[in-house]
Design a protein around this ligand. Structure first.
Ligand SMILES: Nc1ncnc2c1ncn2[C@@H]1O[C@H](COP(=O)(O)OP(=O)(O)O)[C@@H](O)[C@H]1O
Ligand SMILES: CCCC(=O)OP(=O)(O)O
Length: 356
């Protein structure tokens, strides 16, 4: 069975074609920043990115009708259970017109649904808003604000299953802390197959290559009312222009480590320190009963960073490194389990929207 996978990021769209679980081809379709700046809103990029995907499919000698399914990265829907969901008009309407968090992943199902024109099934698996948090984790400290589960759930769940299989166990039998280290950072606590706490990778936790993470709230209030920034400028400052970008001017950790000055590399050490601190917190969430700590994402490609994190947390549990991300594989496998009848695809029903 042929499966097309679609995974949009802020400046690129990753696409791949699988024959069952075998990846035939993967391409990162890069979008010029100047080109993207013409669009006021992420959703306005639908036709532009769709054309790039169609060009890719044709260049590989396929037509949409050749595929048994389209598997898309799920966007920011209201909180929902882990699993594979059918993309329908209801979901597309939500992602296009109602979601309050702008994120490139919101485009995937919208484009997949449009490409299919009802001819083939379209699925999402483990979207960013997978929510398995325990109730205590939802309390922020102010009733008007609820903590949200926004994480790199797709890669994290796939990596959790991979490490469990390395340990000869099922994901559902283990307790793990899994940190995805990319442009954004998610540190997550997993109890017997459920992701019971996560730092919201947009707003909380360690600073990342391009996000501030958690900030001292009093100073944030001062910044908001300083008159220096509009609301949109502040949002971009916190997500996109924060973290290493703010200190060093780039989100490229590899480049900083290879070409940066000692002072610039210090900020990577500070990020490592914050990541380790978050991992320690998640070990406490699991009451110290932790079978594995797992470091994944692009930054895990650097063994020295993994070693530095390990130097802080090695006493808590064995540390595993799974560099890179396996989102395309996880999408294809999510769709394949449904196509093979191993799992039933869930139908998404709009719940109370909690994301603002
Ligand atoms: N070998 C490496 N050493 C250090 N950092 C790396 C290495 N390879 C990739 N990275 C860093 O990983 C980050 C991107 O991670 P990735 O998971 O691809 O992010 P995203 O998918 O969120 O854009 C970049 O900062 C990049 O420099
Ligand atoms: C908002 C959580 C997921 C996330 O940060 O994804 P990207 O790193 O792809 O922006």
């Amino acid at each position: 069975m042929l499966i097309l996978t679609i995974n949009p990021g802020s400046t690129s769209t990753k696409v791949a074609i699988f024959a069952d679980n075998k990846k035939l081809v993967q391409r990162t379709l890069r979008h010029d920043v100047d080109e993207l700046e013409k669009f006021n809103d992420i959703m306005e990029q639908e036709e532009f990115r769709k054309k790039a995907i169609l060009d890719f499919i044709e260049s590989e000698g396929y037509k949409i009708e050749d595929f048994s399914a389209i598997a898309c990265r799920g966007g920011i829907l209201p909180p929902l259970e882990s699993g594979t969901y059918v993309v329908d008009e209801n979901m597309v309407d939500y992602l296009k017109n109602k979601t309050k968090v702008k994120h490139a992943s919101n485009l995937a199902a919208v484009i997949g649904f449009s490409l299919s024109s009802g001819r083939i099934p379209v699925y999402i698996t483990d979207p960013v808003s997978v929510d398995e948090m325990i109730d205590e984790a939802r309390i922020s400290g102010i009733p008007e604000i609820e903590r949200l589960s926004l994480a790199h759930a797709l890669n994290i769940k796939a990596v959790a299953r991979e490490v469990a299989s390395q340990l000869g166990k099922k994901y559902e039998e283990l307790n793990m802390v899994i940190a995805h280290l990319g442009g954004g950072i998610s540190v997550t606590a997993h109890e017997k197959g459920r992701m019971i706490d996560v730092n919201n990778a947009n707003d909380e936790g360690p600073f990342s290559p391009e996000r501030t993470g958690e900030l001292p709230v009093g100073d944030v209030v001062k910044l908001c009312f300083s008159g220096k920034y509009s609301k949109n400028e502040l949002k971009k400052l916190f997500v996109g222009k924060g973290g290493l970008v703010a200190y060093v001017g780039t989100n490229d950790v590899k480049k900083i480590l290879e070409e940066g000055s000692d002072e610039e590399r210090f900020f990577v050490d500070a990020m490592v320190y914050q990541i380790a601190k978050e991992i320690g917190g998640m070990c406490a969430v699991l009451k110290g009963k932790v079978d594995a700590i797992v470091i994944t994402g692009g930054i895990a490609n650097n063994p020295k960073i993994v070693e530095k994190i390990k130097s802080y947390v090695f006493k808590f549990a064995p540390v595993f490194s799974v560099p890179g991300e396996f989102e395309m594989e996880a999408l294809a496998m999510g769709a394949l389990r449904v196509l093979r009848g191993e799992e039933k695809a869930k139908t998404w029903g709009e719940k109370d929207e909690k994301i603002s």
